[in-house]
Design a protein around this ligand. Structure first.
Ligand code: SF4
Length: 222
C-alpha cells in the first residue's frame, strides 16, 4: 500500500509557530511510522524554515530522509517577505506578471546568487557533518544534536525525542507508558477517537459510545 510513496511534510505556517511545532510536524509522523513499523519504503521530506546547513543537519539527524528548502532560495532571489505574493504586486519582481515590477529582477544576476546560496549551504552542511567526525548524512542521528532547554540545561535530542522500537505499538502491552492513553482512546476504524479520556467532561467522537463506555448499564447523563 505504501510502496513508492513519499510522505511530504509541509510545515506550512512556520512563520507563526514556535520551535515545538517543528517537533510536532516532523517527529510525530516519524514516531507513528516507526512505532507501527511502516517506515519501509516511505521517505520523509522535511520542509519549512530550512535555510542553513544546520537546519539541514538538524532535520536529517532527527530522521528526515531529505530536506526541501524554498525560503532560502526565495531570499537569495530577492524576496523581501512582504507576503503579498497573491496580489501581483510583489515588490521584488519574484511573484508577479507585472512588467514594471519584474523588470528589476535581473535573471543573470539572481541565478548566480541562488546557485551560490545552494552551493554554500551544501558546503556548510558538509563542514558540520565532517566536524562531527562523520562522512555521510546517513550517519546522523539524534545524539548529534543538542538543545538548550533552560538557561542552565542542555539536552541531547535523543533525550528530548527518544527513539522507540520498531513496531512497538502493534502490541499495546509493549507500548511505552506515554502512549497508553492515546492507544486506549484510538479507534482503528475511524480518525475520531472512541472517547477522550483526557476530557471526560466533553466526550468527543460518538458521545453515545463514550457514555456507554463509561456506563454500560445505561443512564441518560453523559
Ligand atoms: S510578494 Fe514577492 S517579495 Fe513578497 S513574499 Fe511574495 S515573493 Fe517575496
Amino acid at each position: 500500500m505504501f510502496a513508492g510513496t513519499s510522505l511530504l511534510l509541509l510545515a506550512v505556517g512556520w512563520w507563526f509557530w514556535p520551535p515545538v511545532a517543528w517537533a510536532a510536524v516532523l517527529i510525530v509522523p516519524l514516531l507513528a511510522l516507526g512505532t507501527y513499523d511502516l517506515r519501509g519504503p516511505i521517505r520523509v521530506i522535511a520542509s519549512g524554515k530550512i535555510l542553513t546547513g544546520f537546519h539541514l543537519v538538524k532535520n536529517l539527524a532527527v530522521g528526515a530522509d531529505l530536506c526541501s528548502s524554498a525560503r532560502g532560495m526565495m531570499f537569495a532571489l530577492g524576496c523581501v517577505h512582504s507576503l503579498i505574493c497573491n496580489t501581483n504586486r510583489c515588490p521584488s519582481g519574484v511573484a508577479t506578471q507585472d512588467p514594471r515590477l519584474y523588470r528589476g529582477l535581473i535573471v543573470a544576476d539572481k541565478a548566480q546568487r541562488v546557485a551560490q546560496f545552494q552551493a554554500k549551504t551544501v558546503h556548510a552542511t558538509a563542514e558540520l557533518i565532517a566536524s562531527a567526525g562523520l562522512f555521510h548524512t546517513s550517519e546522523l542521528n539524534r545524539t548529534h544534536i543538542y538543545r538548550r532547554v533552560t538557561q542552565s540545561e542542555i539536552r541531547r535530542y535523543d533525550r528530548i525525542y527518544p527513539y522507540v522500537s520498531a513496531g512497538v505499538l502493534r502490541d499495546p502491552a509493549k507500548a511505552p507508558e506515554a502512549f497508553a492513553v492515546h492507544l486506549e482512546e484510538a479507534d482503528p476504524e475511524r480518525f475520531v477517537p472512541r472517547y477522550c479520556l483526557t476530557r471526560t467532561d466533553k466526550p468527543c467522537g460518538d458521545p453515545h459510545r463514550a457514555r456507554r463506555a463509561r456506563n454500560p448499564e445505561g443512564g441518560t447523563r453523559p
